[in-house]
Design a protein around this ligand. Structure first.
Ligand code: DP6
Length: 388
């Protein structure tokens, strides 16, 4: 029996991936750029155990067994890893040995955060450790086939997923633009919005957009290529002003495409829209961009903010979106917020106050590293989940 356990990060897109040119291979219609978040606050954790005594492949997700179906994305990732192992002549695990896989997220799925990206990145990275395959661009093509955005979670820092041109997808790879220590004071506040509506899943939503939206064509041909060049440059030169403007505009355009889809996909709600107005008001009062919002296929906001501006931004958020949860430790999660003397409180005095309790909680995190292997920890004991 041989076993590995790894963690992998969540990534949040700055320039969004939306739309596929090949459904099964998961080839995107445009390049995208993301920032990887620290695994200390948000991560997927996966144990893969191989044994000659296992009769079939099995998988448990957050403790529940999930089917290992022929033709599924899961099966496809496994086949691709086997192919790479054979090509590399890796002898570490006999290919006939079946696998038991357990995976958990350390954040509630209900939070609506990108769990599939971290999950598939963790699966593929764990398999690569098990079969002794190097982490390189080719491995990102495997994670991509689990969930498109997962290929970006194989690297830390700032990452670009290149759409590629080839029909077989071998050039549709993720590459690191800059490691996490290039811009270590890039922090994020995730505002987890209270929302109970049922939403269109990303996979289905983007299919509809490609079929029906005219705006997506303009986005792919005219807008994204230029934004990619400018954002890469902004990241390289630590230019938060350009970074913030491109990030906010791209989030807005992605949601415009979602609304231009027929029937429309509505991901942001009223609270999301008031966060957008708040950030614009706030930046105006501060005299330059101090915060940048982005929204994925759901109502939660990710606010990018430099470390030195976190306490002031958070006090403004708390003023505009008050909550009366008495237990502050479950409301404010993640990295501690340093107490600083607030010299600029007058600037936020006149901000409009929103209705109470708009957020479930707020997570404070920052740019982080790619996946890593954990030493002794395991989610499986004798091939079965610990909580089984
Ligand atoms: C809005 O990667 O979840 O988060 O490839 O169909 O699994 P599939 O979709 P997925 O889509 C993510 C879309 C997004 C934008 C982004 O992360 O770039």
């Amino acid at each position: 029996m041989i076993s590995v356990t790894c963690v992998a990060p969540v990534n949040i897109a700055l320039i969004k991936y939306w739309g596929k040119r090949h459904e099964d291979l998961i080839l995107p219609v445009n390049d995208s750029i993301s920032m990887t978040l620290s695994t200390d606050e948000l991560c997927a954790k996966t144990t893969v155990t191989a044994s000659e005594t296992f009769e079939r492949n099995r998988m448990w997700l957050n403790g529940e067994e999930v089917p290992f179906e022929e033709g599924s994305r899961l099966q496809r990732c496994l086949k691709e890893v086997h192919r790479l192992a054979v090509a590399k002549g890796s002898q570490k695990v006999p290919p006939s040995w079946k696998l038991h896989i357990a995976s958990v997220n350390n954040f509630p799925t209900a939070a609506g955060l990108a769990s599939s990206a971290a999950g598939y990145a963790c699966l593929v990275y764990s398999l690569s450790r098990l079969y002794d395959i190097p982490l390189n661009e080719e491995l990102t093509t495997v994670a991509r086939q689990g969930s498109g955005s997962a290929c970006r979670s194989l690297y830390g820092g700032f990452v670009q997923w290149h759409r590629g041109a080839l029909d077989n997808g071998s050039d549709s790879v993720a590459k690191q633009i800059a490691p996490s220590d290039h811009w270590p004071d890039m922090h994020v506040l995730i505002l987890v919005v209270n929302d109970a509506r049922k939403k269109t899943a990303s996979t289905r939503g983007m299919q509809q957009s490609v079929k029906t939206s005219q705006l997506i064509k303009h986005r792919v041909d005219q807008v994204v290529p230029d934004r990619i060049t400018k954002l890469r440059q902004a990241i390289r030169s630590h230019d938060f002003q350009t970074f913030a403007e491109i990030t906010m505009k791209d989030s807005n355009q992605f949601h415009a495409v979602a609304l231009d889809t027929y029937p429309p996909c509505v991901y942001m709600n009223d609270v999301s829209h008031s966060i957008v107005s708040f950030v614009h008001d706030y930046n105006e009062r501060m005299g330059s961009y101090h915060a940048a919002y982005t929204f994925d296929a759901g109502p939660n906001a990710c606010l990018y903010v430099l470390a030195e501006n976190v306490p002031h931004l958070l006090s403004a958020v708390q003023k505009v979106f008050p909550n009366d949860l008495t237990d502050g430790s479950t409301y404010l999660r993640g990295l501690p917020i340093p107490e600083v003397e607030n010299t600029e409180s007058s600037k936020i005095d006149s901000l409009d106050v929103h209705a109470k309790n708009a957020f479930r909680y707020i997570i404070h995190t920052k740019v982080g590293e790619g996946p890593s292997e954990l030493g002794a920890e395991s989610l499986l004991m004798n091939g079965l989940p610990l909580e089984h």
